[in-house]
Design a protein around this ligand. Structure first.
Ligand code: FE2
Length: 414
């Protein structure tokens, strides 16, 4: 038995002790109220919460921005896709695995224990998928992973794209991807969404589609995703990632759709740093931000999570896998800074992300569940977000995955 003493739990003012019996949470009680002989770890009033969930990243692309052929001139999404298309042929399974492991380590050092990664399957050899299937298997004791069969160059814009997605699902991908705004026509975009849901039903998979990642206010594939999720009954097993164009829709249309989104049950993912960097690139000034209607979606009862998307790839040259940065940016760009919105800020990278991944049981920090949690170097949610606090301890199934020294000031100013 181990006891993690003096833990500050989310939305609580008192301190608690978390008792861990092997891989399970034996109990969570007010500090000092249970006396059993156990190894003691003092958390000194630091905030403890569920592990971070990375709901949208491309681990097969990470750290590729240093490849000269990948550099873009315009910084736009569409030029990045073209650069990737030309250059990805040189990547090998070993190369992709090495970069992916570096990305996984960066994320896990920052408290992530769950990752949903897109994997580009518009490649006749399915090299990236083979690499990521190996990584998933090799990491299974330390990390929960979902792989998305993602046709970066389209179901139909890429010859054989739809067949490659299906092949990837047969090989073991967990989620059906898509990119309707990149297909040649609106009709083909709609057809690709329909196809994604057909495949999800046939192979019993989840759906997560790159959707309306553009400033084009005519891009409305999110309504197709909501309708398909509603009529197929897939509901919350489906997700619309990005939905940047929603920020440019007229309010009458957006207002009508909010209820439909809630009714459909679909999840939304916003990638604040990436979306605001890639969108608005054709605008000059005034310049749009490319951030979906986070506040209105939340007010309407929809599930929204925040994610990293890229670490140093042709789409986004920065990024470090530290999801609390996405919370900070998301709250800024979403105009969401009431005390309640700040106190709920960590939801976007914890419980909301878990909902998106359809993790329905065992995630929450509570008695009887798996002893998986993280400790932040901060005493409260607001301080954690304001200071972008480090994760100093990550425990998974009762075992310490990662431990860090908190920041130390060796000589102070006064
Ligand atoms: Fe993405």
């Amino acid at each position: 038995m181990k006891v993690y003493k003096n833990a500050k739990l989310r939305h609580q003012s008192d301190l608690y002790d978390i008792w861990v019996d092997n891989d399970l949470i034996y109990d969570i009680v007010p500090t000092g109220s249970l006396e059993i002989s156990a190894e003691e770890i003092d958390l000194n009033g630091n905030l403890v919460c569920e592990p971070y969930v990375e709901s949208h990243i491309h681990l097969d692309y990470v750290y590729t921005s240093d490849i000269p052929e990948m550099a873009t001139k315009s910084g736009t999404l569409f030029e990045s896709i073209e650069k990737w298309s030309d250059s990805k042929k040189v990547l090998t399974i070993q190369d992709i695995k090495e970069r992916a492991y570096k990305g996984i380590k960066a994320e896990m050092r920052n408290g992530v224990q769950y990752i949903r990664t897109h994997v580009d399957v518009t490649d006749p050899k399915l090299t990236a998928l083979k690499a990521m299937l190996e990584v998933k298997e090799e990491m299974k004791d330390k990390l929960y992973m979902q792989l998305i069969a993602f046709p970066q160059e389209g179901y139909y814009a890429y010859d054989g794209g739809a067949q490659l997605v299906e092949e990837a699902l047969k090989m073991g991908a967990d989620v059906v991807g898509g990119i309707p705004h990149y297909e040649f026509t609106k009709e083909l975009g709609e057809k690709s969404v329909k196809k994604a849901f057909e495949l999800a039903q046939r192979y019993d998979k989840l759906v997560d589609i790159h959707c309306d990642e553009t400033d084009d206010k005519e891009s409305r594939f999110v309504e197709n995703i909501a309708a398909e999720a509603y009529y197929t009954g897939l509901g919350s097993r489906a997700t619309a990632s990005h939905t940047c164009a929603m920020s440019t829709y007229n309010n009458a249309y957006a207002f009508k759709m909010m209820n439909k989104f809630r009714k459909s049950g679909i999840n939304f993912i916003s990638c604040p740093t990436e979306n605001c960097y890639l969108q608005g690139r054709y605008d000059g000034y005034p310049r749009r931000r490319g951030i979906t209607r986070i506040d209105q979606l939340v007010e309407s009862g929809c599930n929204v999570s925040f994610a990293q998307d890229s670490i140093s790839d042709p789409w986004y040259p920065l990024g470090n896998g530290n999801l609390i940065h996405q919370v900070d940016f998301g709250l800024h760009l979403g105009h969401m800074m009431t005390p309640e919105q700040i106190n709920n800020g960590l939801d976007y990278i914890t419980i909301n992300g878990a909902k998106t991944l359809s993790i329905t049981e065992g995630y929450e920090l509570k008695k009887g569940n798996r002893a998986s949690f993280i400790v932040l170097d901060a005493p409260s949610e607001s301080e954690a977000i304001r200071e972008r606090a480090s994760v100093v301890l990550s425990v998974r199934n009762g075992k310490v995955l990662m431990k860090k020294e908190p920041e130390k000031i060796l000589q102070d100013i006064f």
